[in-house]
Design a protein around this ligand. Sequence first.
Ligand code: OGA
Ligand code: NI
Length: 315
Amino acid sequence: MAGTLPILDLQELQGSSSSENLREACEKWGCFRLVNHGVPVKLMSEMKSVVGELFDLPIDVKRRNVDVLSGSGYVALSSKNPLYEALGLYDMGSAAAVHKFCDQLAASPQHRETILSYAEAIHGVAMQVAAKMAESLGVVGRSDDGAGLFEGWPCQFRINKYHFQPETVGSPGVQIHTDSGFLTLLQEDESVGGLEVMDPSDAGYIPVDPVPGSFLVNLGDLATVWSNGKLRNVKHRVQCKEAAVRISIATFLLGPPRDTVVEPPPAFVDDVHPRLYRPISYDGFRELRRVTDKHAGEALQLLQGPPPAASMDQI
Ligand code: OGA
Ligand code: NI
């Protein structure tokens, strides 16, 4: 039985001490629909139009969007990915980094204001969801509200444009993958669908229909490492369903600050649940996925057991 994607209400979660439904969604599904999250619908739709206009900029302007990690800035249409284009930045939790992104793209004052407001609002939601997730698993943070656990974790921002064509209907827009980081908030295109997630019994993909005004939350590989295997890194893909432009806005809470290794909180490790994965930083893990070309969760297996080779240990 596939079941239906869980829907969680952030205000309700904030107001209640029990978050069993959140825990279950994170362990069984690795994804859920988030409603009542506090980001105004008007800001979401303004951001969507700003994103459309950013992609309409001349290619030489878009190419100025370069950032700290390969792939965190502009990704042009290519022969490998002829339908997919992206713009982004490595840490939208930093206002200076968001300003730099706006400078690179010569954003108008109105665009800049929308991007800054959106970044601030969505970063806040990502932190609240992460804290609530930790709480639902019995992990408490330094300030007992869980938020301290994720302080300073970089939050990558990426806007995606899919140039779907009549001849590409039925083919993938994004191949099957897991997200590499901890958790992803996705503002999907409100009218062009195509996102599909692996159902909880690993039996097949379930189409996720867009719900305007909501976010889709996905957990990535780092959530599985952090939770010592408790949280599900959900596989997903985007299928081209119709010949239309599809825009999505993704925010990835990646993992601990650069060069810090992911440590499962003590609540996840005991005699019955020995530590499953070798310590690794987010950057190291991203590099491991890249060099091994394992993008759908298989890279986690490489972190199990003794290090396979001295060189791999360095990654
Ligand atoms: C991603 C992703 C889905 C989408 O960027 O990792 O899965 O709908 N995007 O764009
Ligand atoms: Ni993804």
